[in-house]
Design a binder for this molecule. Sequence first.
Ligand SMILES: [Zn+2]
Length: 302
Amino acid sequence: MRTLWVIMLVVLQASAFEYGLKPSKVSEDIYCFFGKPEVMDKHNNGNMVNSCYVDMGSSWLVIDTGPTYLYAKEASQHMRSIKEMPVKYVINTHIHDDHWLGNGYYASLGAKIVGPSLFTAEIDLKAETRMQKRILKEAFLDTVPTLPQAMVEEEMVLHLAKGDVFLYLAQERAHTESDLFVTIPSMDVLFGGDLIFNDRIPSLRDGDINGWLSVLDMLKAMKSKIVIGGHGDKSDTHAFDLTYDYLFELRQEVKAAIDDGIGIDEAVETIKMPAYAETHLYLMMHRQNIEVAYRMLEWDDE
Ligand SMILES: [Zn+2]
């Protein structure tokens, strides 16, 4: 019996952690690893976020690198079996750690990593990340928080074989203080990062409800045929719907409560928005979103 345990232990140690990732083909040139509609935990190990690959002709462009080194490595192995070419550029849409902790792997391949400004100001590389605290040690193995080498202050253009890639910094606080979105006009695609959630209740914690809605108005007006967010696997123009409609209704409800003299605690208890009760993470996110929106909107009329 003891021998059996020893053998099992050796086998476990020898086999590296695997996510079991599978790329989804979104269009001729675009593949995404779509994450689960969950928060990071010891079951999904951070596979709750999107990471996308774009065939730019002679290199892959990666949009968001996922939660860990091993995730990035596994994703990249899949993509190299589809087309053997290097990853030249990597884009981080924002500073939340599920979107960029895979950077270290791509940096080791020599890729150039680009992210929004404020990255350096807001990230303490020595601090333990949320991801590290919440997932299995073996999944986090070899993950070294690695910052982008280039920051986008307003906009940037990458000239690549299959077309120009435009990176824009949202000009208002929206999902976070510093959100990048990416368009590739030759492919009619928009990558919105976490400005777009379409499988779970969005998180307003670090954002601004007015700024977010106004940035979404601008993104919708671009009329891209393919729209890909940071969470969720919808990739047509309906990709916007959940985030936009939810935030729009939330703002309306919270404003009405403030106008009626309803206090923040009561607003948190009474604004139910039942149409979203079945949406993933409603119980975890909705009350917090009401609170954040309320604190922001109560200053609006003054
Ligand atoms: Zn985020």
